[in-house]
Design a protein around this ligand. Structure first.
Ligand SMILES: *Cc1c(COP(=O)(O)O)cnc(C)c1O
Length: 359
């Protein structure tokens, strides 16, 4: 007799992590497949984490008190609106687990973050993907039309991973106001620090007077702590209590909490690095457009290269040059590769290789 794995789990799509960098000519090797930060940890972060390591015989602070206090001050939000997890993906799992079960539906744009369908289906709920509109942007009208009495949550990724554009602030505000307020609207702002479009959605502002809005943020991308696993939600206190209730006890390690606090204290260095990455991103996107690629608006630390049927060829061509990119190959015209903005030399190489690609 096979052991009875839940049917919802047996049907889960598999999360494909970004592959490690291949070795190109002359030992060149860049991993641009996971939207990681090419900079080392911010000043003071390694020291703070090391100090915390001395307490590894103890369980971490389950209340994440130090980082809650630091963040509450920085964001000017009450501590009872902040919930932490081992990355904002974990927080999303906790949130969906608190609100969704079999028979429920969760709407999100597609293509979007690969973790969404998995996080939804783990709860037993049904994923309702809504195709992106031209320009690889969220189709909020179609997402609204997808709402049924079973809808429990709507996930909005802005900027959208892997395609790049943000959702405009006013459009998202109008959308949320048109959604029944019993439905959670989750605004995933994993890349918010890199956004330069003044029209882009500002999740924290959208929360005002709208208790069904949940903002997800992470220390993995701009702050460069992807390997330490810490992210958070900002939400109504009752929603926050529910997220905390389903969270794994002692999930976030003490070194991760300490690293996050130290990272928040290194604001100037953070802003400098973000500015450098943004300028590299803009140059990379402009360079690709100059080569004739139809690159959508890039507002994260990555660019989307539409490739349709040539997706595998593109990825292989980059790999031969020592650059690992992330192919998205579902077998249709919306396929392409996502390229993380890396160090300047990596971005230069991306443009060199891109110039050789068939179009
Ligand atoms: C990277 C990413 C996250 C955060 O990942 P964690 O490392 O789990 O914090 C969340 N949402 C999107 C869209 C991402 O790309």
């Amino acid at each position: 007799m096979p052991l009875p794995v839940r049917p919802a789990v047996a049907r889960l799509p598999v999360y494909l992590p970004g592959k490690p960098a291949p070795l190109g000519p002359g030992g060149v090797s860049y991993k641009l497949s996971s939207n990681e930060n090419p900079f080392p940890p911010l000043p003071g972060v390694i020291e703070a984490a090391e100090l915390a390591c001395a307490q590894m015989n103890r369980y971490p602070d389950m209340g994440n008190v130090a980082v809650t206090t630091a963040l509450s001050e920085k964001l000017s939000v009450a501590a009872d609106r902040l919930a932490f997890g081992t990355g904002s993906v974990a927080v999303l799992y906790h949130l969906l687990q608190a609100f969704c079960e079999a028979g429920d539906e969760v709407i999100f744009a597609w293509r979007s973050f690969e973790a969404y369908p998995i996080a939804v289906q783990v709860t037993g709920a049904t994923a309702v993907p809504v195709p992106l509109a031209p320009g690889c942007v969220h189709d909020l009208d179609a997402m609204h039309a997808a709402i049924t009495p079973a809808t429990k949550a709507i996930l909005v990724c802005t900027p959208n991973n892997p395609t790049g554009p943000t959702v405009p602030h006013q459009k998202l505000a109008d959308f949320i106001d048109a959604v029944p307020d019993s439905i959670l609207v989750v605004v995933d702002e994993a890349y918010v620090e890199f956004v330069t479009d003044p029209q882009a959605a500002r999740g924290m502002e959208l929360m005002a007077g709208r208790p069904n809005v949940v903002v997800l943020r992470t220390f993995s991308k701009a702050y460069g702590l992807a390997g330490f696993r810490i992210g958070y939600s900002v939400a109504d206190p009752e929603v926050t209590t529910a997220v905390r209730a389903t969270a794994l006890p002692f999930g976030v390690s003490l070194p991760a909490q300490a690293a996050a606090v130290a990272s928040l204290a290194a604001e100037d260095a953070l802003l400098e690095r973000v500015a450098a990455l943004v300028s590299e991103r803009d140059a990379l996107a402009a360079g690709l457009v100059g080569l004739g690629f139809d690159v959508p608006d890039a507002e994260g630390n990555f660019v989307w290269l539409p490739a349709a049927g040539a997706t595998a060829t593109y990825a292989e061509t980059f790999a031969r040059a020592g650059v690992m990119v992330r192919p998205y190959a579902a077998g249709n015209d919306s396929d392409g590769v996502r390229i993380t903005v890396g160090e300047p030399a990596a971005n230069r190489l991306v443009l060199e290789v891109a110039a050789t690609l068939p179009r």
